[in-house]
Design a binder for this molecule. Structure first.
Ligand SMILES: Cc1ncc(COP(=O)(O)O)c(C=O)c1O
Length: 470
């Protein structure tokens, strides 16, 4: 084990044992160097790793503190919004189109740095699969999809302690199709669907497309969807489904603790509301173990677990899946009458990757790089931003969320940024009810460069000017 990981593990054990309490300052980098005979860089890497895992918090010019304060519990972000008809597609389209230009520093991008993916290996696998393609596979790999791939996905869940039958998995065109079909299978136009607030704009787009109505339930940063407000909404409206992200929430990056997942699923079971679970970042955790999906607590067997390879290995291949359980036959039919089937060569190449080995090694490297880059960008922003701006503490993935003081509309910052040569994702994208216009999402997967440093410093300068009181 590298020295910095060893030190991080020892510190984690001490924090878990209560040696260092929430809010307390841990030994300085210099003290730790002397105590453990390590270089400052090694100690810093260990501290940054624990920071990225949400255990420590860096305070500029002060040091590293154990995260959390017994006196200050985090509170829910905003209020419950009965948004009703959602109208977000135009804004999402405009922001995504504007952020595509190649010459921008892509801080608004929704995928990780494309150089982090094993594209040459995928290319070789794709070519190999095409050379030995069984012509009949274009028929046999119609919905529910390639059998070897479905078995390999089921085996991965089984290894993480979640028994899944390959027969209940349907391969889809990315997670987006899996999520939309799941929502469609559970609802009729006009039905109410509960989502987190802030949430991934794709959820709002799907709700808009299917002519559903959204209830946006505030999230408690670092904890998860606010259960008391969810329960109030369940009493208030005939909610037909919940679209949720329990692991590495988009855009906040936290992962719900197991107790919260259990309580959430028990609450939804009481009201007989099924979950459409979006687990696309579940493999991009910074902690020690892959967090379990909500499905592990699904006693009623009504939830649908959706994910894809887009975020962790093969962006652009457009291969995802849904573990659909009892809804599998309906989803298969819905797929047959919409996109018909998922691209067969992409399925074969991913099945080969999963069965030939090397996928886990790739994921380990990816997670380490993402955690390091996240920590670096977060530390840089902490030093640049005024105290009235809060930063999320992601436990995985590659998004950082900034909350500016209420009243600041980050759409203006988005336009200024494009003119200055970088992109960002304004908070208005993440709520259909105008709840997070003072938030913004940054992509933290980019390698450090003078251009990135310049973009962050320009952005921080604008934000400081918006918050002159601090
Ligand atoms: C939270 C979340 N869910 C789903 C998706 C869509 O995944 P895919 O590209 O596999 O369709 C994304 C992509 O941005 C996402 O961020």
């Amino acid at each position: 084990m590298p020295l910095y990981r060893d030190l991080a593990e020892r510190l984690r054990t001490q924090i878990e044992a209560g040696v260092w309490q929430p809010g307390e300052r841990i030994p300085s980098i210099r003290q730790s160097c002397q105590a453990h005979r390590l270089s400052p860089m090694t100690v810093l890497q260990a501290y940054q790793l624990l920071e990225s895992q949400g255990l420590l918090q860096a305070r500029p010019q002060s040091g590293y503190y154990v995260k959390g304060s017994p006196a200050r519990q985090p509170t829910a972000m905003g209020v419950t919004r009965y948004t009703g008809a959602v109208d977000i597609n135009d804004l999402v389209f405009e922001v995504l189109q504007a952020s595509k230009a190649r010459n921008l520093v892509p801080l608004g991008m929704a995928v990780a740095d494309p150089h982090l993916f094993p594209l040459p290996r995928l290319g070789r696998l794709l070519a190999g699969c095409m050379r030995s393609l069984d012509p009949f596979s274009t028929v046999t790999d119609l919905p529910p999809g390639n059998e070897a791939l479905r078995r390999a996905i089921a085996q991965r869940y089984a290894r993480h302690g979640l028994p899944v039958d390959p027969g209940e998995i349907i391969i889809t065109t990315g997670a987006m199709e899996a999520l939309s079909l799941s929502l469609q299978a559970l609802t009729e136009p006009g039905d109410w669907v509960a989502v987190e607030s802030p949430t991934f704009y794709g959820a709002l787009q799907a709700i808009e497309r299917l002519k559903l109505r959204a209830v946006e339930i505030p999230v408690i940063p670092g904890v998860g969807i606010c259960l008391s407000r969810l329960e109030a909404a369940l009493r208030d409206r005939p909610i037909k489904a919940c679209w949720l992200m329990a692991n590495v929430q988009h855009p906040l990056g936290h992962t719900q603790r197991d107790e919260h997942k259990a309580a959430l699923m028990a609450l939804l079971a009481r009201y007989r509301v099924p979950v459409v679970e979006d687990d696309v970042y579940g493999e991009l955790y910074f902690g020690r173990e892959r967090p379990l999906p909500l499905k592990a607590w699904d006693q009623a067997g009504t939830s649908l677990l959706c994910s894809s390879f887009s975020k962790c290995v093969a962006p652009g291949f457009r291969v995802g899946w849904v573990v659909a359980g009892q809804h599998a036959p309906r989803i298969e039919r819905l797929q047959l009458i919409s996109t018909l089937a998922t691209n067969v060569p992409s399925q074969l190449a991913l099945a080969a990757l999963l069965t030939q080995g090397g996928y886990d090694a790739h994921l380990r490297r990816l997670r380490t790089t993402l955690a390091r880059r996240m920590s670096q960008m977060r530390s840089a922003l902490l030093a640049l931003l005024p105290e009235s701006v809060t930063l999320s503490q992601p436990e995985g993935g590659f998004f950082l969320w900034l909350t500016l003081p209420p009243g600041c509309d980050t759409r203006a910052l988005h336009r200024q940024a494009l003119a200055a040569g970088f992109s960002l994702a304004p908070g208005a994208l993440f709520s259909g009810g105008g709840e997070h216009e003072h938030g913004l999402r940054l992509n933290a997967s980019l390698p450090w460069s003078p251009e990135l440093e310049q973009a962050l410093s320009t952005l921080a300068g604008w934000i400081r000017a918006l918050c002159p009181q601090t």
